[in-house]
Design a binder for this molecule. Sequence first.
Ligand code: M6R
Length: 609
Amino acid sequence: MCGIVGAIADRDVVPVLIEGLKRLEYRGYDSAGIAVVDGSDIRRVRRTGRVAEMEGAAGSEGFSATLGIGHTRWATHGGVTESNAHPHVSHGVALVHNGIIENHEQQRERLMAMGYAFESQTDTEVIAHLIHHYLQGGDDLLGALQRAVKELHGAYALAVVSRKEPGRMVCARMGCPLLIGLGEGENFVASDVSAILQATRRVIFLEEGDTAEVRRDGVQVFDGDDQPVLREEHLSDVSLSSLELGPYRHFMQKEIHEQPRALGDTMEAIIDAGVFEPTLFGKDAEAVLRGIEGVQILACGTSFYSGSVARYWIEAISGLPCSVEIASEYRYRTAVANPKHLVVTISQSGETLDTMEALKYAKSLGHEHTLSICNVPESAIPRASKLVFYTRAGAEIGVASTKAFTTQLVGLFALAATLAKLNGRLSEEKEAEYIEALRHLPGSVQHALNLEPQIALWSESFTPRHHALFLGRGVHYPIALEGALKLKEISYIHAEAYPAGELKHGPLALVDDAMPVVVIAPNDSLLEKVKSNMQEVRARGGELFVFTDADSNFSESEGVHVIRTPRHVGVLSPIVHTIPVQLLAYHTALARGTDVDKPRNLAKSVTVE
Ligand code: M6R
């Protein structure tokens, strides 16, 4: 979704802003702009479409300055137009904003009554006018920002410059991430560290309610009471190479192929220890996890599906009851809390608003025991949680989540095993067996990746279709859901997933020779049931595409296509069976010529409702 970058330096910051915005493109956006302080003037360029178009306009207009801010916008309030693109300007004050201002209508009426004219339909423009209003009253830029944000309801990350104060930029954060990058004689702000990695790795994460003043020679942060406060400096470990495509055609393809490495990194501490330790989830985790009587998982999208796999594992392995719910639903229903349950939020980005709000709601209901499974260190959701398991997938750029999903599953499997151990339900033999299964996992995933040429051939059958069904049973049903989500989001083919046993209760009516049916059918205890369900499809002319593993006794026949992973990997089978459905979606999208990494209408980080 929206992205922010800002810079103050002794050199021209326009290339820094443009490069930063390009690094933020993966988040999804529909327009881009920059504003710079040039002498005693604000100069601004905005364009709908790609950053490159805005860059061209800035180049031809000769933009150059030592202080500036930039933004990629994903439209919420007001259409995709140049006048709605950020930065917004009010009488020499320019501002970029991520988030949503809920009371913007009241503020707009009030400011219009004061004589302010609006040129956009955005919620953001009120903030620019509010800051100008307080500047008129005698405040300096920082004071005006601090006053203005106290009148806002909603979520914001803001970076602001003024033509009257060319020596600083000011910023504020509430509900949306914002960080300050520390350079030598130059400093930066950004909503995501990838935007400033070209210049520095040293970062300060702003906390909720913070404001800050950023000058060339220093930074001062203020807390929600406007008192100076020290925030710790961190060294980002996001590597620039994770933001480069390398030999791959798309980030999604790269990220699918990175999974053996990502899984290996994520499980490194488990494999090194050779046992499941509560400390995997934080140094004080044992005290929390030992008393847990159940688990409530909250997440969205692909992360919800990893939670859905985890429900099978947690109940079967640890014996604890486990519920999993879509965060945007949980946050708005009257839930009954059991404070002895562990609330687990799962989020690749760590900043999904629905998941964050669901976590806050759970806490307000009395849930004290919270664990975040997350891929982005220091992001909002882990910071708001008592315990954390960081997946080590590395930056995930493709909008379609791939390596984040499989690494989340490793964290969740470790949670199931750890809870089982603390409950006296994990024998030493079983623990050793699970560790061994993990140890072999990257190799098994690599075998599944080697099936790519066969899967690419299959994709030719999907490319002309309008619909597809995905079936699975038990712990593989969420993999069918994930396969359907991947296919629909990047190829735009309508895809639905069902537990195979549910087919006869309705969806079977959809099956005819135009409906390809993908079946996840590993050689587990439900295989014979799945085979019966497949007969039901075949009898109605449906064409079957079966992903299975060794010894499952499937043979190819007319209308039944089979791809086999080399061996059954037992309890971790859902992870291995994820790879073929990712590859099928990728190759189908490739053949259909869609924008694989930035599918239409979607954003990488969903920071709005
Ligand atoms: O960052 P999160 O894991 O919280 O994101 C949740 C969903 O928005 C995300 O998984 C989305 O469904 C992906 N586009 C799926 O590929």
